[in-house]
Write a protein that binds this ligand. Structure first.
Ligand code: BES
Ligand code: ZN
Length: 629
């Protein structure tokens, strides 16, 4: 394909892109990895690990199959964090012990593992075996006591490797630029079941000895493991749920639409290429809503609302099977390539399944959270993070997280849709997924592809200058085509009437309101509303008792702002039973704004902290202060 491109064309593209974005012309080394990926590339890894719940550690070895890119290279550098490495050998006949050294740990990146190869080592392909064990504090693993699970009988372990936590449980090249296949042999206590982001056998005998194979090349952040008292319930022929026995029925009911979602996405963007699509329901300490681990999305239980109202989260994680897992951002500065595309696909799935009105509502809620994040980042002097392409060098990607790559990325694709038309954009996206399937791409790759298919055409409907506004300018560009929801306009009218005292709370026409109408109503109450007014709403709609985790979150934020004390017990119960960052962090932030609130935040946090996932604890320790136990 490349050879057939004319030299003229290549030169044009090169010059254009060079002129436009000199700094990002080739995906350089990943600022979040210490591995020497220019010298060696890991192509495959084999894990042999035992999950030791008593000591909260994984122990065993990993075999890394490496390809030498630089013939002169004699040292392999891997990413690690808080790993104890006991030996490194080069496999072969005979196997050979190698000299290794862990470098000094850096606060964000961890410690480089230097492995020296003998001077005589010239083979193109080599396999290194690293014997190691993880720390109980590994940032990418969460070890839960039985009390922190639904069933309260058995412990639970899950991993979360994105963005740069895989290195805390596997020594490897921890950068999304490198793709690898893997297999694993995992030993657990015999009463537990292990699952991975790989081919899982729903009928695997529960004996504590499990084997997995992932034959498709994926980036390291998608390697994932879950261990617990798990059972499987099929949903469709290629879909199903793994969960604790007490949760599996409600989960299978909640996510019944997953097969239709796959079909909708396939129709728009090409075949689902991963075989099965299963869900793993995690305990409530999971700090994310969902994680798109291939073949096995990891999910917070807080989306099981009972009425399927929060399933856009599944649409989102499923959509990553195209945007993210198939075509992957080459580093975290370009995370919008994963998340922005995925939000756009997610909304298209929602529209296909549930119609335009629902699509518009979810879209407007997304825009509102973007607007809030842009405002608060700008106010905090972090306006640079409101660009689509960010510079995260020297920063922890977890700390720089915001709605910007998600919802601004979605607006950028919406802008392209408005110029190209839907049919054309769909064709473009489908072509993009096909062209870069199983590859990692930089923002520049995307621009080049867009240039080839649109920007460079004589009749181009989008210019490079416009694209660069989207990618490089802070905030929401005036080019954006903002979503709008008529249903929400009607909610605004009702809210106004209630606020002005023209209508009583009990007379609001809420009977047909769905979760989205409630979120819009609650998220847009005036900041200085009196507590008594919330009392009116509570009396009419029992919002303090809402079991919908999203509605309760919006309500509790309002309650903190208004000083509405009847909600305090619910607030405490909420914060001590849910560890999803999006739901708890801003509640604490809101509490911290007043001296009384701060006291409450510190008291509740001291109680809740053991439930939360390690990276969230790090963030909240910084925000609230480490409790003095
Ligand atoms: N891949 C992300 C989760 C993630 C992002 C983990 C960055 C670590 C670092 C996942 O697809 C995601 O975006 N989850 C969202 C839900 C979604 C509906 C916006 C979440 O967890 O809130
Ligand atoms: Zn995502």
């Amino acid at each position: 394909m490349l050879v057939r491109l004319s030299a003229f064309f290549l030169a044009t593209v090169f010059l254009m892109s060079f002129a436009a974005r000199a700094a990002d012309a080739v995906p350089g080394p990943d600022p979040h990895s210490l591995a020497n990926t220019q010298d060696f590339r890991v192509r495959h890894l084999s894990l042999d690990l035992t999950a030791d719940f008593t000591h909260k550690r994984l122990a065993g070895y990993v075999d890394l199959q490496l390809q030498r890119l630089d013939p002169a290279a004699r040292q392999v550098v891997l990413d690690t964090r808080e790993l104890t490495v006991s030996a490194v050998e080069q496999l072969g006949k005979p196997a050979q012990a190698l000299k290794f050294r862990l470098g000094e740990a850096q606060p964000i990146l961890g410690a480089p593992l230097y492995i020296d190869l003998p001077a005589s080592s010239t083979a193109q392909e080599l396999t290194l075996r690293v014997h190691y064990q993880t720390s109980p504090q590994a940032s990418g693993l969460q070890w839960l006591d039985p009390s922190q699970t639904a069933g309260k009988q058995h412990p639970y372990l899950y991993s979360q490797s994105q963005a740069i936590h895989a290195r805390s449980w596997i020594p490897l090249q921890d950068t999304p630029q490198v793709r690898l296949t893997y297999d694993a042999h995992i030993r657990t206590p015999p009463q537990l079941m292990a699952v991975m982001s790989a081919a899982n056998d729903p009928d695997a005998k529960r004996n504590g000895d499990y084997r997995f194979e992932m034959p498709q090349a994926i980036p390291s952040y998608l390697i994932a493991l879950g261990v617990g008292d798990l059972v499987f319930k099929p949903i469709g022929s290629r879909t199903g749920v793994y969960a604790e026995p007490g949760v599996v029925e409600s989960a299978a009911h909640e996510f019944a639409d997953v097969e239709s979602m796959i079909e909708a996405c396939e129709k728009l963007f090409g075949p689902y290429r991963w075989g099965r699509y299963d869900l793993l329901i995690l305990p409530p300490s999971f700090m994310w809503g969902g994680m798109e681990n291939p073949r096995l999305t990891f999910l917070t239980p807080t989306v099981i609302a009972g009425d399927r109202s929060l399933v856009s989260l599944i649409a989102h994680e499923l959509a990553h099977s195209w945007s993210g897992n198939l075509v992957t951002n080459a580093n975290w500065d370009s995370m919008w390539l994963n998340e922005g595309f995925t939000v756009y696909l997610e909304r298209r799935i929602i529209e296909a399944l549930y119609g335009k009105e629902r699509y518009e509502m979810e879209d407007v809620l997304g825009l509102q959270s973007l607007q809030r994040d842009v405002a608060s980042l700008t106010a905090a002097g972090d306006g640079a993070l409101t660009r689509l392409v960010v510079d995260l060098k020297g920063r922890d990607p977890d700390d720089a997280f915001s709605e910007v790559p998600y919802e601004k990325g979605r607006l950028f694709l919406g802008f392209l849709e408005s110029r190209l038309g839907r049919a054309e954009l769909d064709k473009f996206l489908r072509g993009y997924f096909d062209r870069f399937a199983f590859q990692s791409v930089s923002t520049q790759t995307f621009i080049d592809y867009l240039a080839e298919h649109e920007l460079n055409r004589p009749s181009a409907r989008v210019s490079l200058a416009e694209v660069n506004v989207w990618l490089d300018e802070p905030g929401i560009p005036s080019l954006a085509v903002l979503p709008h929801s008529e249903a929400f306009t009607r909610i605004d009218l009702q809210r106004d009437a209630w606020l002005k005292g023209q209508r009583k709370a009990g007379d609001l026409a809420t009977a047909k309101w769905t979760t989205y109408e409630w979120l819009h109503f609650l998220d847009n109450l005036p900041a200085d509303l009196a507590g008594a007014r919330l009392g009116e709403l509570d009396a009419a709609f029992h919002l303090t008792a809402s079991t919908n985790a999203m509605v309760a979150h919006s309500w509790l934020l309002d309650a903190i702002r208004a000083g509405y004390a009847p909600a305090w017990p619910r607030l405490e119960q909420y914060l001590t039973s849910i560890g999803r960052r999006k739901l708890v962090k801003d509640l604490y932030e809101e509490l911290l704004k007043t001296p009384d609130g701060k006291q409450m935040a510190q008291r509740i946090y001291a109680k809740a902290r053991p439930l939360y996932q390690i990276p969230l604890v790090q963030q909240l320790d910084e925000l609230i202060g480490k409790p003095a136990y």
